[in-house]
Ligand binder design. Sequence first.
Ligand code: SF4
Length: 315
Amino acid sequence: MEKIRLGISSCLMGENVRYDGGHSHDRFLTDTLGQYVDYVPVCPEVGCGLPVPREAMHLEGDPSSPRLMTIHTRHDITERMLNWSEEKVVELEKDGLCGFIFKSKSPSSGMERVKVYDQNGVPAKKGVGMFARIFMEHYPLLPVEDEGRLNDPVLRDNFIERIFVFQRWRDLLKKKESRGRLTDFHTRHKLLILSHSPAHYRTMGRLVAKAKEFPVNELYRQYQDILMEALRLKATPKKHSNVLMHMMGYFKQQLAPEEKLELLELIEKYRTGFLPLIVPITMINHYVGKYEQPYLKEQVYLNPHPIELQLRNHV
Ligand code: SF4
């Protein structure tokens, strides 16, 4: 697999582009995730021609279409930022991004809950950074997160899983469209989809079963939309436990009673928060090898991202 290309707010890379001349370096993003990712840094404020250091700014007015204003000298940066952002998102198309990591809280780069001030100077955390909004409107399917939310291990696992799926999906799109290739992609991702949403899993199963009824490009389009919608839903311990039990069913004939009991206990301890997901997954991976279960061996769910990232090691 080629390295995944991700957009990122430049200050998270350690670049001194913040209004105060500093940065917001995030070591996990650069040193750990960075081993698997090629970042495309974007600083909208520097990109649209503002200097470093510069006067701090914030959003004002209607949270759905706020103005970007410097705080003391009251310069209105809105049009400048909007024009630059609209050009920038088109320019980024050539980079083949699989997602974007935004700097939280920024009036330019924050993806949610950014402060917007009303006419009395009272802030409400209802805004979206000006560049982030235009980016998300231009790329509605791309996985996006901010560095603050990525401190939550569940959200981190979810986001990184999605960017790896997106990369595989992009690889599929590079090949000639074919129902067979799509079915193969779906087969390998079935249990991963199930861990996010049993309802989407069923819908996608029906779509693939009726693949011949659609023009192939329409089939791809529909599949992609449902896939990305499914993966936006959080995979919870309850949903994971359901998938683990489902996988256990494939070994009904082979597992000795004490092996079954042991696996059931691990799943239950995971479900109730006493063990990390990696423990039952490791056991199942062991049985997949031992009993040569070909369907499970192909399941992305068992190895959705590099184990070195340790994304399934939390309780
Ligand atoms: S938050 Fe965005 S605009 Fe602000 S310094 Fe970082 S990249 Fe630049």
